[in-house]
Design a protein around this ligand. Structure first.
Ligand SMILES: [Zn+2]
Length: 229
């Protein structure tokens, strides 16, 4: 393998069939290309993807800025399964969170004044909520589709709502998805499970999804991240 600089990007020349461009967990653009492919093809390919690269990186920046705005103090709006709740913070000896749907309130009891600590407590709670909900929705769709999986993992993911390893039958879902509406959650899960039959985003893939969710495009718009998974 050798690395070649094209348009300022590192292109990894390898024994691969196609040009592959992705953004990894560290927000770095990773490009691999066949050993003998002419550089001008790669250059054109990169140019055709530059808009998308910008979009993804900007989006990640936006999300980061949004996240930074939270101070985890009383009065802030936080989301769960598409619903907005007002955060109420109370100082106590233990860390706990309770949800009151009647008054649309998330109560955070904590002994910490520190934003990072509070964020950790909230993130852990969101993770627990995701662990409660996602497996049921996955099971529901597995039954509908007549599919099975080997493993479901729920974890924070920087650039995707979910992913699917169709060989191993592993599904990954982004913890952040728990803040989205049920419709968006259902769509991402259907999308990832559809990859068990159709690994790529071809016409067959979207036809298959449309059979089960005719208004799936609306979900994609809401997620505003068509290329995220
Ligand atoms: Zn996909």
């Amino acid at each position: 393998m050798k690395i070649e600089k094209i348009l300022g990007y590192d292109v990894h020349r390898k024994k691969v069939k196609n040009i592959n461009l992705r953004i990894n967990q560290n927000m770095e653009v990773y490009i691999s290309a066949p050993l003998n492919l002419h550089s001008s093809y790669i250059e054109n390919f990169i140019r055709s993807k530059e808009e998308w690269i910008k979009k993804v990186l900007n989006k990640v920046e936006d999300v980061k800025l949004q996240q930074k705005e939270y101070e985890y103090t009383t009065g802030e709006i936080h989301k769960l399964i598409g619903r907005e709740y007002v955060l109420k913070v109370r100082i106590g000896n233990i860390n706990r969170i309770s949800l009151n749907k009647e008054i649309n309130e998330i109560l955070l009891v904590t002994d910490s004044e520190n934003v990072e600590n509070r964020k950790k407590i909230m993130d852990k709670w969101y993770f627990e909520c995701a662990k409660k909900l996602f497996p049921d929705v996955v099971d529901k769709w597995l039954k509908i589709l007549g599919e099975s999986i080997e493993h479901l993992s729920i974890k924070p993911m920087k650039t995707r709502w979910g992913s699917c390893n169709y060989n191993k039958k592993y599904i990954n879902l982004n913890t952040e998805l728990i803040k989205r509406t049920p419709f968006e959650i259902e769509y991402v899960i259907l999308h990832e499970l559809a990859h068990l039959k159709y690994p790529n985003h071809g016409k067959g893939f979207y036809n298959y999804i449309e059979n089960y969710m005719p208004n799936y495009k609306k979900a994609e718009k809401m997620l505003n991240a068509k290329h995220y998974y």
